[in-house]
Design a protein around this ligand. Structure first.
Ligand code: NAD
Ligand code: MG
Length: 398
């Protein structure tokens, strides 16, 4: 039996993770579930999975959950706040932690899991974007295994040889015969929208991804392709890749989830339905293969697969992220923080779609953060970039 904490259990990745757990009662026991404020979903998941702990982000939601669970006479201990997230991520009875909180809020609990040597299934890419070197070093020092859940990184992981898989963060791609990691992205819902029209697209249009069903923040990131930029940074840290070793390619059908190109001309690809239960089940079962509930790919119905180069005029956020990747950890932290604030402002209709890029670019050029390497400085730059992004947005909306 493997004991599991799911950070962000009410979200899109959290729901898919519970779906895998449901299919394998002989393999997984849920020790802790955590959520921001969705008490209704948490009540129903506690009744079904009977975790030892349930964590809500604030006291009010925790009290509401506590009250609801009491009437069912459930023994689940209800906790609240950021420290409680770290507590359940590092609890001695836990083997595996699914890190699926969205955004910077997921960093400290994911780090707590790493520092206690857990197997961390990493969906929360923002944690790695903020603290890449620190995160990978802490995993090495504490013997924590990281298994990538993001579909692209999971695909790349599957296409790498076992020696490279065992040394995430410090693998030698060149020694493994790898020329390039080919990071694929669909291009999102606005791939064919005239660039001049992007200024007026709505949040509803932006979150309607053509292939994947995901949370709202990552859906907007997919529309700007900031998501691919965050994934570029994530790939650099996970696979210890140099600038020449990562390339982004548009692949509209999302059948290939990423590829690895070898020195001899071979290209290995991982394919499947655009359903996150496949990479989640891969990471949960690793090194075994477990049933995920995903339908097999039917090649007689797949049709054509196509590939296009990236157009940075259409996707300026992707360019910003790639530049930040090589500028250092201060830049990627600021990029991520400003983007979270800008995406939120776009979803609240305070700014337009194309202004997401302007806010992030302005914050980066004004802060011009150096290469920082400790958690305190990372959190300080994160806070500074958020504040500056709020100021930029206030300036835009007057
Ligand atoms: P989501 O918005 O659907 O879910 C987020 C979860 O985090 C929810 O359970 C929410 O309650 C919790 N949460 C949010 N803010 C919190 C806070 N301040 N404190 C505590 N908990 C908080 O997001 P998602 O789409 O499931 O994405 C989760 C993470 O996985 C993101 O980092 C995303 O980039 C990554 N990811 C998602 C997908 C996907 O298909 N959805 C694919 C690859 C990677
Ligand atoms: Mg992805």
């Amino acid at each position: 039996m493997q004991y599991l904490t799911i950070l962000g259990s009410t979200g899109s990745i959290g729901r898919s993770t519970l779906d895998i757990v449901r299919r394998h009662p002989d393999r997984f026991v849920v020790t802790a579930l955590t959520a921001n404020q969705d008490v209704t979903q948490m009540v129903s998941d506690c009744l079904e999975f009977r975790p030892a702990f349930a964590v809500m982000a604030d006291d009010v939601s925790a009290a509401a959950l506590q009250q609801a669970l009491q009437s069912y006479k459930l023994n689940t201990e209800v906790l609240a706040g950021a420290d409680a997230l770290c507590q359940v991520a590092s609890h001695s009875s836990v083997d595996i932690v699914m890190a699926a909180i969205v955004g910077a809020a997921g960093l400290l609990p994911a780090m707590a899991a790493i520092k206690t040597g857990k197997t961390v299934l990493l969906a929360n890419k923002e944690a790695l974007v903020m603290s890449g070197r620190l995160f990978m070093d802490a995993a090495h020092q504490n013997d924590a295994r990281i298994l990538p859940v993001d579909s692209e990184h999971n695909a790349i992981f599957q296409c790498l040889p076992a020696e490279a898989q065992a040394k995430l963060g410090r693998c030698d791609l060149s020694a493994a015969g790898v020329d390039k990691i080919l990071l694929t992205g669909s291009g999102g819902p606005f791939r064919y929208t005239p660039v001049a029209d992007l200024i007026s697209v709505t949040p509803e249009q932006a979150v309607a991804h053509p292939n994947w069903s995901m949370g709202r923040k990552i859906s907007v990131d997919s529309a700007t392709m900031m998501n691919k930029g965050l994934e570029f940074i994530e790939a650099k840290w996970l696979f210890n890749a140099s600038e020449e070793q990562i390339q982004v390619i548009i692949h509209p059908q999302s059948v290939i989830h990423s590829m690895v190109q070898y020195r001899d001309g071979s290209v290995l690809a991982q394919m499947g339905q655009p359903d996150m239960r496949t990479p989640i089940a891969h990471a949960m079962g690793f090194p075994e293969r477990v049933v995920s509930g995903v339908n097999p790919l039917d090649f007689s119905r797949v049709g054509e697969l196509s590939f296009l180069p990236v157009d940075f005029e259409r996707y300026p956020c992707l360019k910003l992220a790639i530049d930040a990747c090589w500028a250092g950890q201060g830049a990627t932290t600021a990029l991520n923080a400003a983007n979270e604030i800008a995406v939120d402002a776009f979803l609240n209709t305070s700014i337009g779609f194309t202004q997401i890029h302007h806010v992030v670019a302005d914050v980066l050029s004004e802060l011009n953060p150096g290469n920082i390497d400790d958690l305190e400085s990372i959190l300080a730059i994160d806070a500074e970039a958020r504040q500056l992004a709020h100021q930029k947005i206030a300036g835009l909306s007057v």
